[in-house]
Design a protein around this ligand. Structure first.
Ligand SMILES: [Mg+2]
Length: 366
């Protein structure tokens, strides 16, 4: 069925408290929702959460680029994700966060047309329960310990900790958090490129005795050639995040033994199609994460997680950090970080009706 109409809904969602990583603090999710409509009136939904310091994209920029891109999509088939993705990538380099929204919406339509929940359309067999960690922002030791205690009390099975600001300080953060929550609670750490090579060696060795599953993005994304040596020296498994956007990155990193695991995010891979290509090209454990998407973007991520066998870790916590929940349907969060994925055809998530009112900012392209 050809696409007839595209509507763009920019939305700023305040966070309960600032989300702080080594690249800086954020107080709001600034996301762009995309609705594709076909001639027969079906709707597909997607969401982009551009993170300026990582994607090089902003909400205003994504909105402008989406207006530029959308006319070329009108009239295209809603049922061929590969052809649509090829068109997006031929038409526009980069802009992967924005492209992920268009990709999700197209996959939503294609799965609806097939009469399948998105995870089944992607090849997944069963709707097993997923479990998310919850992330402690970078801050003082006291702040981070307090948040870690809250996360533990809320029942999350794993605590993710943002680091990358001073090696001895980071070791002290982990020591204090581990002492507070106990050695049986697994931790995941993420330096967001905040350490130099030498600092990473010192920090990771200094954290050898703690219950840490892996470390994401220890060093600058462009220093990926140093990762094999760092991995040899590190007692903690390394996970590629900012250094791995697509299947070509994954192949290059794994060919040189740079990392033990890969973190896939739809807004790095340009959506589900690119994410599947990474999963198909690798034989290491995968994490699925995101940026500051609402439950809509993470519903797409969860469908993908159910479809890819090697996904061992989910990092789907940012919707829980947001003061508004603009989404109808979608994943639900239960006790202990459990996540249930919709079993209805398509994505199973859309913006709530009040977010579609004409008084809300929106742009329609026909
Ligand atoms: Mg990360």
């Amino acid at each position: 069925m050809p696409l007839q109409e595209i509507t763009l809904f920019p939305l700023r969602i305040r966070l309960h408290r600032p989300f702080v990583i080594s690249l800086g603090p954020l107080t709001h999710a600034k996301n762009l929702f995309v609705r594709l409509r076909t001639h027969d009136g079906r709707e597909g939904w997607g969401e982009a959460s551009p993170f300026p310091t990582i994607h090089g994209e902003t909400l205003d920029g994504a909105l402008a680029t989406a207006r530029w891109l959308a006319p070329s999509l009108i009239g295209r088939s809603s049922e061929s994700a590969p052809a649509y993705t090829a068109h997006l990538n031929r038409t526009l380099h980069g802009n992967y966060a924005l492209k992920s929204a268009f990709d999700m919406a197209l996959h939503d339509l294609a799965a609806q047309a097939a009469g399948l929940p998105l995870y089944r359309y992607l090849g997944g067999a069963e709707a097993r329960t997923l479990y998310t960690d919850y992330t402690v922002s970078l801050g003082t030791v006291e702040e981070m310990v307090a948040t870690a205690r809250e996360v533990q009390a809320a029942g999350f099975p794993v605590i993710k900790v943002k680091l990358g600001r001073g090696t001895q300080e980071d070791i002290a953060r982990i020591a204090a958090i581990s002492a507070a929550v106990g050695p049986d609670v697994p931790l995941r750490i993420d330096a967001n490129q905040g350490w130099s090579f030498e600092e990473a060696v010192e920090a990771l060795r200094g954290m050898a005795g703690y219950n840490i599953q892996h470390c994401e993005a220890p060093i600058d994304r462009y220093d990926w050639n140093l990762l094999p040596e760092l991995r040899r020296l590190s007692p903690i498994p390394l996970m590629a995040d900012e250094s791995c956007w697509n299947a070509a990155d994954a192949r290059r990193l794994l060919a040189i033994g740079a990392v033990d695991r890969i973190n896939i995010k739809l807004s790095k891979s340009g959506g589900l199609y690119g994410a599947r290509q990474i999963a198909e090209t690798t034989d290491v454990p995968l994490q699925v994460g995101g940026f500051l998407e609402s439950r809509l973007g993470f519903t797409a991520a969860a469908h993908f997680a159910l479809s890819a066998e090697r996904v061992a870790y989910c990092d789907f916590d940012t919707p829980l950090m947001q003061e508004e929940d603009p989404v109808e349907g979608g994943i639900t969060y239960g006790a202990g970080g459990a996540i249930t994925v919709p079993d209805t055809p398509g994505l199973g998530a859309r913006l709530r009706p009040e977010y579609l009112l004409p008084s809300r900012p929106q742009i329609t392209i026909t």
